[in-house]
Design a protein around this ligand. Structure first.
Ligand code: KG4
Ligand code: ZN
Length: 344
C-alpha cells in the first residue's frame, strides 16, 4: 500500500510517498527558512501563503521522484495538528482534494506522534532495525519537547512535555541573541564543537525533579543575562568569536543534560529498553553522542534516525497514516470531521 504523506504544519512544505508504512519511495521538502530568516522567526501568514505556492510543485516532485502517478496512491495522510492553523489548512485542503479526485481514503495524523515514526523508515540508502514495542520517544523540535511511551504503531501515552519553550525554540532564541540567525540549532551545534562547555554556568531546570516535564525558558533567559552582564560590558557591542563558541557549548550542554536525564528517567520509570529520538533537535550531534554514552552499559538501545527523517517531512506522516488507515481510521471529507488523534 502506497501512502502519500503531506506535511504543512509549520514552515516546511513536504510531501512523500511511503510503501507499507516503512519504505520511503520519495521525500521532498521545500524549506521556507530564507523567507522567515529576516524576521528572526516564523511569520504565520507568510508561511501559509508560501504553502499555497509550493504544495502542487512539491507533490509533483514527490510523485516524479518515486516514478508514480496519482492513480497508484492507495491512501493519503495529512498533518491535522498541532501547528499553525493557516498552514495546516493548506495541507488538509490539498489532501482532501486528492482524496476526492482519486477516491483514495485519507486520514489526519498528529504531527508529534508522526515524528516518532521516523524510527520505522528505511530508504534506498538507509536501513535500520525498527524499534521493538514498548519504546520511549523523545520528540524535541522547534515547537515541542515531549516524552511519549509507544506500545504500538498508533498506541501511545504522553509521559511529559515542556511547560514553556520547546528545546528547539531555546536553541533558536539563543542563536538570535548571539546574532547567529534563524533557525539556529544547527549553527549552535557547529560552533559548540570548538567551545568550552564549562565556560559559563547554566542551570539545568527541572533536572533534580524526578518528573518528566521540561522547562527551557530559564536557560534562554540565562543566556540573555550572560550576554548583557558578562560579555558585553558597556561600550562593547561585538561578542568575541571564542566567547560565542563558549556560550554555545555551555548552553547546549545544559539543554542536552536535561534532555538526556529526562529520557533516561522515562526509560527507568516505564521499564522500556529502547529510546527513539526524533524532531529537529534530534539532529544535534552532542545530544546523539550523550544518548549513545548514556545507553552504554544500561542495556538500552537508542534509535536516532538520519537528520532528514528527524526534521519535518512527509514520510513520517505517511508512515503513521498507513498504520491508521490499516486500522480503519479514516477522516471524512466533511470539514467537521472529528480529529483522529489524541490531544497533547
Ligand atoms: O522538527 P523540526 O524540523 O520542526 C518543528 O516541528 O519544529 O525542528 C526544527 C527545530 C529548530 O528549532 C532548529 O533550530 C532545531 O530543530 N534544530 C537543531 C539542530 N538542527 C535543527 N537543534 C539543535 N541542534 C541541531 N543540530
Ligand atoms: Zn515537527
Amino acid at each position: 500500500m502506497i501512502v502519500l504523506g503531506v506535511e504543512t504544519s509549520c514552515d516546511d512544505t513536504a510531501v512523500a510517498t511511503v510503501e507499507d508504512g516503512t519504505r520511503v519511495l520519495s521525500s521532498v521538502v521545500s524549506s521556507q527558512d530564507s523567507i522567515h530568516q529576516r524576521f528572526g522567526g516564523i511569520v504565520p501568514e507568510l508561511a501559509s501563503r508560501r504553502h499555497i505556492e509550493a504544495i502542487l510543485h512539491v507533490a509533483d516532485e514527490a510523485l516524479k521522484e518515486a516514478g508514480l502517478t496519482l492513480d497508484r496512491i492507495d491512501g493519503i495522510a495529512v498533518t491535522e495538528g498541532p501547528g499553525l492553523v493557516g498552514s495546516i489548512l493548506i495541507g488538509v485542503s490539498f489532501a482532501k482534494s486528492v482524496s476526492l479526485a482519486t477516491g483514495a481514503p485519507f486520514t489526519g495524523v498528529n504531527h508529534i506522534e508522526a515524528h516518532a515514526h521516523a524510527a520505522f523508515l528505511s530508504s534506498k540508502d538507509y536501513a535500520e532495525t525498527p524499534p521493538d514495542f514498548p519504546f520511549v520517544a523523545l520528540i524535541a523540535s522547534g515547537g515541542h519537547t515531549t516524552l511519549i511511551l509507544f506500545t504500538g504503531f498508533t498506541e501511545y501515552k504522553v509521559l511529559g512535555s515542556t511547560l514553556d519553550d520547546a528545546a528547539g525554540e531555546a536553541f533558536d532564541k539563543v542563536s538570535k541573541l548571539l546574532g547567529l540567525g534563524y533557525p539556529g540549532g544547527a549553527t549552535i551545534d557547529r560552533l559548540a564543537k570548538s567551545g568550552d562547555r564549562t565556560a559559563f554556568e547554566f542551570k539545568r531546570p527541572y533536572i533534580a525533579r524526578r518528573n518528566l516535564d521540561f522547562s527551557f525558558s530559564g536557560i534562554k533567559t540565562a543566556a540573555l543575562n550572560i550576554v548583557k552582564n558578562i560579555v558585553l560590558p558597556e561600550g562593547r557591542t561585538q561578542i568575541p568569536e571564542q566567547t560565542l563558541k563558549d556560550i554555545a557549548a555551555s548552553f547546549q550542554e545544559a539543554a542536552v543534560d536535561v534532555l538526556v536525564a529526562k529520557s533516561m528517567w522515562a526509560l527507568e520509570k516505564t521499564g522500556a529498553k529502547t529510546l527513539v529520538v526524533a524532531g529537529g533537535v534530534a539532529c544535534n550531534s552532542r545530544l546523539r553522542q550523550r544518548l549513545e554514552e548514556a545507553s552504554q552499559g544500561a542495556a538500552i538501545r537508542v534509535v536516532a534516525p538520519p537528520p532528514r527523517f528527524c526534521t519535518d517531512n512527509g514520510a513520517t506522516i505517511a508512515s503513521l497514516g498507513f498504520f491508521q488507515l490499516k486500522k480503519g481510521v479514516h477522516a471524512s471529507l466533511d470539514m467537521n470531521a472529528r480529529p483522529t488523534w489524541q490531544g497533547f
